[in-house]
Design a protein around this ligand. Structure first.
Ligand code: 1PR
Length: 597
């Protein structure tokens, strides 16, 4: 094959590189995988879609000698595209600590030297460090504690670009992770961003690199999310982007390969995300600069095997997915891969698959679901979430699978995020009972290894009306519509096993607990509203989206375009998910509505 059609891919084995592979292939390139550092040096174009945690990635790179090869490739100004962590790793260090990896911690004594060329912030920090070392760390001085923590947790990067990658500050009302469609401010004519212009692109990250005088020559665009952070860098042939071109609807791929590929890149996101563009912190306009993070609309496919054993998209009515006929068969709305492709073309910002019988059928035994992900990710270039059955499991032969293995298999098959339902309820109950984070729950393990932006907790609550909030120990809300006996309050009882079993924990308590345990996002269903088409449960969604600082996806009950506007206007939900309205082909109506409003 001619070198011109080959892209060399550096995949060091963590997380989802499948979507990047699919995007490269979709654009007509062949992929050559890096096996040795020499492959990097020999590449004619190198794509580095870093995924996972910073420290873990650096550890793999330095163990394999890829770090040096990468530095020398980039220093020679060879064609390079880094994505997400592939951008962050180019910087000097990161505050993000990976699982159990200390080997890349900067030795304290080297710090002032290593940091000599970095930004003024850090210089101030170093001065403070030197000063406080000289006088000793006062035990109760939180400033020094912060400095010490910073210094102890900074993990060394490739060091090609001055600066440290730090965590978004969520204290000013911005939800972290930064997940979703945001706009770029182009600061330099870099060529690769020509096709993107002021469009929204898809981000998913909790850490970011900040512009400074020392790295300004590298920056080609920034993005606003509480902080103005670096969205892309460009110098000569070296490019890196914090966002995910491979998840931004396909169009972004022309970034890098524009000239050769223009004609092949057809997909263009509709105006939906731009039109829905609203500040996620609109309640505090004076305090922070409005973010351009767009509200997301997510198409959900509930998937299960029907009685013949075929995997079908189904849809419940308050979670009951069986037809009310003599046969009582599972409602069949079509094939998962076809429908996902359709919703992508129609402009969905994300697609979610929920394997609704995953709680009883072990998902790794359920290979069709993995197949569905593989096929879908070949043609769908927006984020894919998969849920159902993520927990530790022992199969009939006695083989034990950890929830992390199950999640890894989903990620390898094309998922960007996994969603945990029942197992998160048990984890939250245990945590609230003991006050101890064991680090062993599926939620904690998966978010530690893949980052919390990759872990969604799906809550399946049912409304329980009460006359007096003092009747229960759980958080209640005053409901907009009184209950059947005139009750003015309700709490929202969490369920497991697809709504079959109620648990003694409320959605509010669960949401706060799972946020602490490492959830990056909450998918908030409501059994009472599911499939009813009468609108979202605004009381519930407001309660939860005000209680946590991670993004909340409103779900259940969308029946008309106005329901989406309502939930975005009245609550702090970051996204809205729907199923029935898409299955009933009312989706075009939905887009039509937004385009006209
Ligand atoms: O507990 O980790 O195995 O995860 C199981 C997952 O499957 C959970 O995310 C749970 O929400 C989901 N699930 C289980 N049973 C059902 C069912 O319907 N019988 N579906 C089910 C959840 C609800 C929504 C639905 C919205 C929007 N489906 O995802 O798509 O309510 O519907 P609408 O727009 O038509 O109103 P685990």
């Amino acid at each position: 094959s001619s070198g011109d059609s080959v892209v060399t891919l550096l995949d060091y084995g963590a997380g989802n590189v499948r979507s990047v592979r699919n995007a490269i292939r979709f654009l007509g390139f062949e992929i050559k995988d890096v096996q040795t550092p020499q492959d990097i040096l020999n590449a004619s174009r190198l794509v580095f879609p870093g995924v996972g945690a910073f420290a873990a990635a650096m550890e793999v790179l330095s163990k394999t000698g890829m770090d040096e090869a990468l530095c020398s490739y980039i220093e020679k100004d060879r064609p390079f595209l880094g994505i997400c962590l592939g951008l962050q790793l180019l910087f000097e260090s990161s505050e993000e600590n990976g699982p159990g990896s200390n080997s890349n911690l900067l030795p304290m004594t080297q710090l002032p030297l290593t940091l000599a060329s970095s930004s003024s912030d850090r210089t101030a920090l170093i001065c403070a460090f030197i000063l406080s070392t000289a006088i000793g760390f006062p035990p109760h001085d939180s400033g020094s504690a912060a400095i010490r923590q910073f210094l102890e947790t900074a993990v060394k990067g490739l060091g090609l670009i001055p600066g440290t990658v730090g965590r978004f500050d969520s204290s000013n009302g911005f939800r972290v992770p930064h997940i979703g469609w945001n706009a770029l401010q182009i600061t330099k004519d870099s060529g690769i961003l020509d096709d993107v212009g002021n469009d929204h692109v898809y981000f998913v990250h909790s850490y970011r690199a900040m512009p400074s005088d020392d790295n300004s020559e590298w920056i080609s665009s920034t993005c606003d999310y509480g902080d103005k952070f670096i969205a892309s860098i460009t110098r000569g042939n070296v490019h890196a982007v914090q966002f995910h071109p491979e998840k931004s609807g396909g169009k972004c791929w022309s970034l890098y390969f524009e000239k050769i590929l223009e004609s092949k890149v057809k997909h263009d996101k509709g105006g939906l995300d731009t039109i829905l563009c609203t500040s996620s912190v609109s309640q505090k306009p004076g305090e922070v600069k409005a973010s351009k993070l767009a509200k997301r609309v997510i198409a959900c496919l509930d998937v299960r095997a029907n009685d013949k054993g075929d995997l079908v998209v189904t849809k419940g009515d308050q979670y009951d997915v069986r037809e009310h006929t003599n046969e009582n068969e599972v409602r069949n709305l079509g094939k998962p891969v076809d429908l996902a492709g359709q919703y992508y073309k129609d402009g969905a910002d994300e697609v979610s698959f929920l394997n609704i019988t995953g709680f009883r059928d072990f998902p790794l035994g359920d290979l069709p679901m993995l197949q569905v992900l593989r096929y879908t990710s070949e043609n769908v270039f927006v984020p894919l979430t998969v849920g159902g059955g993520i927990r530790d499991f022992t199969d009939s032969t006695g083989r034990y699978y950890s929830s992390l293995e199950v999640a890894s298999e989903y990620f390898r098959s094309g998922a960007d995020k996994i969603s945990i339902g029942s197992d998160a309820v048990y984890a939250a109950e245990e945590y609230l009972r003991t006050g101890v984070k064991t680090g062993k729950t599926s939620l904690e393990q998966i978010s530690r290894v893949y980052g919390n932006q990759a872990v969604v907790v799906s809550i399946d609550p049912r409304r329980v009306y009460v006359k007096d909030p003092n009747d229960v120990q759980l958080k209640t809300v005053r409901v907009s519509n009184p209950g059947p006996n005139g009750e003015e309050y309700a709490w929202y009882q969490c369920t497991v096993n697809g709504g079959r079993e109620g648990r003694p924990i409320g959605a509010y308590e669960l949401a706060k607990a799972v946020e602490e345990l490492g959830a990056g996002e909450i998918l908030l269903n409501c059994i009472d509203c599911d499939g009813q088409g009468k609108g979202f449960d605004v009381d519930l969604i407001k309660l939860i989206s005000d209680a946590v600082s991670i993004p909340v996806i409103a779900s259940s009950g969308a029946g008309a375009p106005a329901h989406f506007s309502e939930v975005f206007n009245k609550t702090n939900a970051s996204a809205a998910l729907a199923a029935g309205i898409f299955h009933r082909k009312e989706v075009l109506l939905l887009f039509h509505y937004f385009l006209k409003s």
